[in-house]
Design a protein around this ligand. Structure first.
Ligand code: TYD
Ligand code: MG
Length: 443
């Protein structure tokens, strides 16, 4: 088809009438009603719900909860009177039923077919014409005419392309589930990203309760939004008060800082933890979990050069607690303070310890009614990018980050918004009397 279109362009000049451009202002753009999945966090990440006829790729490691979230979403849509279809290519219908039983009655209302043959799947979607369809997973489909086993690039590309055509023709909003390999790429399906309207990544560690869902591509919304979930006995539960959770779980031990992060348009408080230990290895270990490795390397270099804290002969571990990923330069300062605190063995506290505006019980734990003690124990909050010369740099939405921190009694936070201008000053403010104070005291 593409070849014939190109052939057309080669025809004699003037054979094809020219098109008439219109100004963007005059382009008709009818507002579409989104198909709400009833999972608030998922809808937000999608930009308000599924767009009819759109194609979504949901990637994530095995066991992260892809089948669970799609089954819940379809269940909610079915309960809301939408026509749905679940195509299971990986598990038997009985296995999917077992899962759905844990998720509740709505999930059991979803029509299901178990099939791996691409022709059969495409024909079924065409015949059923659901409003929303889930194909779990695209890697398990097999295209008859192609060589190669399911999951190979050729097969996956063919499967996705074929389903995309049916979905567009029939106006079926389709979610393709895809596995992500250990290396973090959708196995093969990286090649699918251009084909779909929206790419969602479901992340987190299987052993940990928290999972985050984020859009890495979205033709119908922002790619900044993130949803936080927790895997429970009865399926995935949205964590709407993620900040309260993470702050209450912050250890307040040396090496712990609360990062005032932005996840899209939403502020989120996340504990950043660091461990520094004498290394037996050359080069020493640098392990980052949930934090960008390159930013960690930069922070370590600036800490050594401008903060007087050289960790060149130490193993360094940094992680965002709860399996959350914070991928923004605004995390630099929190990482630096966590490292400094860990290296010095000094716990960091919120300097002001003023009475918080709202003291959510969750923040300080049940049965802890000694208010002053609780405020004393408020962890330190921080955010800001660190420049190569050791200066603190502005990051987006400072007022929202500060407001979120204040809500949980973390005041004042150390940030480029305050009087602190450099990393060195931040270390002084956070560690009390300067980074070298302890050594000087010991000398
Ligand atoms: P699953 O959705 O099958 O993951 P994926 O499709 O991404 O491979 O489920 C992931 C894990 O979640 C699985 O090990 C079992 C667990 N789980 C719960 O803890 N509670 C539940 O209600 C469900 C359905 C699953
Ligand atoms: Mg699955």
């Amino acid at each position: 088809m593409a070849a014939s279109a190109r052939g057309g362009a080669a025809k004699a000049k003037g054979a094809t009438p020219a098109l008439r451009p219109v100004t963007l202002a005059d382009v008709a753009a009818p507002a579409v009603d989104r198909l709400r999945t009833g999972i608030t966090e998922l809808d937000r990440v999608l930009g308000g719900g599924l767009v009819p006829g759109s194609l979504v790729l949901l990637g994530g490691a095995p066991g992260i909860g892809k089948s669970t979230i799609t089954a819940s979403a379809l269940g909610n849509l079915a309960a809301a009177g939408r026509r749905t279809l679940y195509v299971t290519a990986e598990e038997s219908a009985a296995q999917v039923k077992l899962r759905a039983q844990r998720l509740g009655d709505a999930a059991l209302k979803v029509p299901i077919v178990a099939a791996t043959d691409l022709d059969a799947v495409a024909a079924t979607i065409e015949a059923e014409r659901p409003e929303v369809c889930v194909v779990d997973s695209v890697q398990a489909l097999h295209a008859e005419g192609l060589t190669g086993s399911p999951g190979t690039v050729g097969q996956v590309r063919e499967a996705a392309g074929r389903i995309a055509r049916v979905a567009k023709d029939r106006d079926v909003a389709t979610v393709l589930v895809g596995h992500v390999t250990k290396e973090g790429s959708l196995a093969g399906p990286r090649v699918l990203e251009h084909l779909v309207d929206c790419v969602l990544h479901f992340e987190g560690e299987r052993e940990r309760a928290y999972r985050t869902l984020r859009a890495v591509k979205n033709r119908f919304g922002s790619t900044n939004e993130v949803g936080v979930f927790e895997m429970r006995e009865a399926g995935l539960v949205e964590v709407l008060d993620a900040s309260a959770r993470f702050v209450s779980e912050a250890t307040r031990a040396p090496g712990s800082v609360v990062l005032c992060a932005m996840e899209g348009s939403r502020p989120l408080l996340v504990e950043v933890q660091a461990l520094v230990a004498r290394s037996e290895l050359v080069p020493p270990r640098r392990v980052a979990s949930g934090i960008d490795r390159n930013r960690l390397a930069l922070v370590l270099a600036v800490l050594a050069r401008h903060g007087g804290i050289g960790l060149g002969s130490s193993d360094v571990f940094v992680s965002a607690a709860g399996g959350v990923r914070v991928d923004e330069p605004g995390a630099d300062l929190a990482v630096a303070l966590a490292l400094a605190s860990a290296a010095r063995g000094v716990p960091l506290r919120s300097p002001g310890a003023r009475r918080p505006q709202t003291l959510a019980p969750a923040v300080f734990g049940e049965g802890d009614d000694d208010f002053d003690a609780a405020v004393d124990r408020a962890p330190l909050g921080a955010f800001g990018e660190i420049g190569l010369t050791g200066e603190l740099r502005y990051v987006a939405h400072p007022e929202r980050r500060i407001a979120e921190a204040a809500k949980f009694g973390l005041e004042p936070v150390i940030s480029p918004e305050g009087p602190v201008r450099t990393l060195r000053q931040a270390l002084t403010a956070a560690l009390g009397t300067g980074p070298r104070a302890k050594e000087r005291a010991a000398a």
